[in-house]
Design a protein around this ligand. Structure first.
Ligand code: GLU
Length: 467
């Protein structure tokens, strides 16, 4: 194992967002590429907003994607005494101090600053108080350097510098004694020996404050890599307004985990012009330095294209397991009817999602009770009746059982009666599936079986005859 240690640190206030999943993926890939360690840390210090359901949803999403972690999950809420100890350490060293300013007083100062066109910033009024009573409500603030600048070399964005005079004395402990977010992150990343922090670029502004805390505590500063946001087509940050954003919603819509991972890795990262990466290839080729600096736009069509690719190339037995929940959701039992694996083989080439595949599988297990009237209306009643009769006759008197032999029978029907293939294939497809969106005739007949095929064509003939 190398020294590299990375972490994914979601706040459990919702489901696993695709943006969070991509951050997790980049961390995981870097760890696997470098033989490092990937840690999962749940940042649940915001007790009001954090929920157990959200933790479960995040873990479920991570597991479904296969982003297994090496250490954790660690929960920040288990470490309050640790954070308090470090707050005390800074106070003792004179690097943090008690601030007795009330919220109203601070608000008034902030409003005045804004009214006067100054940047609102804590004015340092409690920095050097002599009297520091224990029994008065107070927060603890970090004594931030007031001159100079804080700078870091972001692995994605390059060098970023903040003048220290723009940074307030950060509150590190609230009046109720609880530590604040930026402080906990630093203590955790330091005590977990994180070497590289990969996270969304909404955290860039936290980074100089965190670096100042590392330095004040004598901890080595990790490397940072801030990943640009994912946007919707309108270039606004991707949100529910744009459609599904939860990883589990993509599972339920019938995406394969490898397709979503492949899609997410390419949102921001590239390796030449390649689009398709197996997990092994991603791990082998991933390089955090090749993550682009600009935000990426989520494109469902490309995700669909990748999903279709993975569905086409998956082994049908594995797909059968993944497809089952989608069939159950449609109240479909596959016990009476063709073998599910055989059905899947006829649908793999033409399904973008498992939801679509499940819809297309329905007709195999439920004979049509209605027919696409508009499609039927394209053919004369006499022709339909003649075609159905000829096909039933031909199938019943043959022992053909493979696709090529069945296709040959249909050609015979055509040539014997002088029909075109479209005049025969399409009516039969409607008879068997109810509509025109179905696999090739030979595939359907072989999968359904000749007896069931003849029965269904008979039902369609009765329907047409009675019109
Ligand atoms: N908990 C933070 C979030 O969910 C991540 C903090 C970090 O990665 O440093 O946005």
């Amino acid at each position: 194992m190398s020294e590299l240690r990375v972490r994914f640190a979601p706040s459990p206030t919702g489901y696993l967002h695709v943006g969070g999943a991509r951050t997790a993926l980049f961390n995981w890939l870097l760890a696997r590429n470098k033989g490092g360690t990937f840690i999962l840390r749940i940042e649940d210090t915001d007790v009001e907003r954090s929920t157990r359901e959200s933790v479960d949803a995040i873990l479920e999403g991570m597991k479904w994607l296969g982003l297994e972690w090496d250490e954790g999950p660690f929960y920040q809420s288990d470490y309050f005494p640790l954070y308090k100890g470090y707050v005390q350490k800074l106070v003792t060293a004179g690097k943090a101090y008690r601030c007795y300013c009330g919220a109203e007083e601070l608000d008034a100062k902030r409003n005045l600053a804004m009214a006067e066109g100054r940047k609102p910033k804590y004015d340092g009024c409690c920095r050097d108080l002599v009297a520091q009573p224990d029994d008065q409500p107070h927060v603890i603030r970090f004594r931030a350097p007031q001159n100079g600048a804080t700078s870091f070399d972001d692995l994605i964005k390059g060098t970023i510098t903040f003048p220290n005079e723009e940074l307030d004395d950060l509150i590190i402990q609230r009046t109720d004694g609880t530590p604040t977010y930026n402080f906990c992150v630093v203590i955790d990343d330091a005590t977990m020996s994180i070497t590289t922090v990969i996270r969304g670029d909404d955290h860039v502004n936290n980074t100089p404050r965190q670096i100042q805390l590392y330095e004040a505590l004598g901890f080595p500063v990790p490397q940072f890599a801030h990943v640009p946001m994912i946007l919707g087509a309108d270039k606004a940050r991707l949100s529910k307004r744009h459609g599904a954003t939860s990883v589990i919603a993509y599972r339920d819509m019938g995406y394969l985990p490898e397709a979503l991972l492949n899609y997410l890795v390419r949102l921001g990262w590239s390796n030449g012009d390649d689009e398709i990466f197996s997990l092994e290839e991603m791990i082998q080729k991933f390089d955090i330095n090749n993550v682009g600096r600009s935000a990426s736009v989520f494109n469902t069509e490309k995700l669909n294209w990748l999903n279709a690719h993975y569905i086409k190339n998956s082994d049908p037995e594995g797909l059968a397991d993944l497809l089952k929940p989608h069939l159950i959701a449609r109240d479909l039992s596959t016990h009476n009817g063709p073998d599910l694996v055989a059905v899947i083989k006829t649908l793999q080439e033409r399904s973008q999602t498992l939801e679509e595949m499940a819809d297309r599988a329905l007709f195999y297990y439920k004979a049509p009770t209605v027919y696409d009237e508009a499609a039927l209306a394209k053919f004369d009643k006499e022709l339909l009746l003649a075609v159905f009769a000829a096909v039933m006759e031909k199938l019943s008197s043959s022992s053909a059982s493979d696709v090529a032999a069945i296709d040959a029978l249909f050609k015979e029907v055509c040539s014997e009666a002088g029909w075109k293939m479209g005049q025969v294939g399409q009516p039969v497809r409607i008879a068997l599936s109810g509509g025109t969106q179905a696999p090739g005739i030979g595939e359907i007949v072989v999968t359904l079986g000749v007896a069931e095929t003849v029965r269904r064509i008979g039902a369609a003939r009765d329907f047409v005859a009675g019109r």
